[in-house]
Write a protein that binds this ligand. Structure first.
Ligand code: HEC
Ligand code: HEC
Length: 217
């Protein structure tokens, strides 16, 4: 009984000291908090982009070269994911792994949000013969091989769904063909969903849907 009482007294004496300490710790934590700012720095993003990336992806992120993707208006989370995976090697590409390798997480975020803020220039479908097939696949998939409709994830107008599904509308057909072929052949391995989508598509279907996507807006 005596022991219990003395324990209670000790605890009561210790309690205020402890709560003062806790308050101090909180104050320190609050002061330290703003170090990791979440907001991307678009000015820095534009500067890095202009110095390193613009020559291939275009000054306004609307690459004019068909092998290099347009980045304008793409969802920033998707762009960051790609840059991280080029850097780690999860998305293998000799050119981009070198450039992404020099970027910090903050650089990636700054550049991605800057590119996302640019307006995508529309493109055009070029293959009259294939474009109808491309539209059928985009909107309805290929039923007899269980290829799902692209529109289901990438949205009917190709704008995608922010964070989850990338924008495709207006992208260069050559780049689209290269990516779909790379998913199908196991060269681009950073999306199980897309590997499964492309697995059952033949070259003609890939060309058709990529051409349709180039003109989608
Ligand atoms: C020498 C030309 C070149 C330069 C410079 C370059 N890129 Fe690329 N980039 C490419 C090519 C080619 C691809 C397509 C890679 C593939 O086929 O997987 C690509 C792909 C990308 C992608 C993937 C886009 C998507 O839709 O999946 C992103 C993001 C990207 N580049 C960002 C950048 C950034 C940021 C920089 C500057 C730090 C940069 N690139 C510099 C040529 C270049
Ligand atoms: C179940 C959802 C889903 C469906 C259906 C789907 N996609 Fe995708 N697609 C994705 C996701 C997720 C990604 C992003 C992969 C990543 O993070 O690298 C993607 C990426 C892509 C890319 C690469 C974009 C780029 O900029 O590199 C292309 C091209 C593409 N999809 C075309 C298609 C086509 C064509 C179809 C229809 C035949 C289709 N997708 C159907 C989910 C889907």
């Amino acid at each position: 009984m005596k022991l219990l009482a003395s324990l209670l007294i000790t605890a009561a004496l210790a309690a205020p000291a402890f709560s003062t300490f806790a308050a101090d710790a909180k104050a320190v934590a609050a002061k330290a908090e703003p170090v990791k700012v979440v907001k991307p720095d678009l000015v820095k993003g534009e500067a890095s982009y202009t110095a390193v990336c613009a020559s291939c992806h275009g000054a306004d992120a609307n690459s004019a070269i068909a092998a290099n993707p347009k980045l304008a208006q793409q969802h920033p989370e998707y762009l960051v994911k790609q840059l991280q995976e080029f850097k780690s090697g999860k998305r293998a590409n000799a050119i981009m792994s070198g450039f992404a390798g020099t970027l910090s997480d903050d650089d990636m975020k700054n550049i991605a949000y800057w590119a996302a803020s640019k307006t995508a220039k529309p493109g055009f479908a070029k293959d009259k013969e294939l474009v109808a097939l491309g539209e059928r696949i985009y909107r309805g998939g290929i039923a007899d091989r269980q290829v799902p409709a692209c529109a289901g994830c990438h949205s009917p107008n190709g704008a995608g769904i922010p964070a989850q599904y990338p924008r495709l509308g207006g992208q260069h057909a050559d780049y689209g063909v290269a990516q779909l072929t790379a998913f199908r052949d196991g060269v681009r391995k950073n999306s199980l969903q897309m590997t499964q989508v492309a697995a059952k598509m033949n070259d003609r279907e890939i060309r058709a849907v990529a051409d349709y996507i180039a003109g989608l807006r």
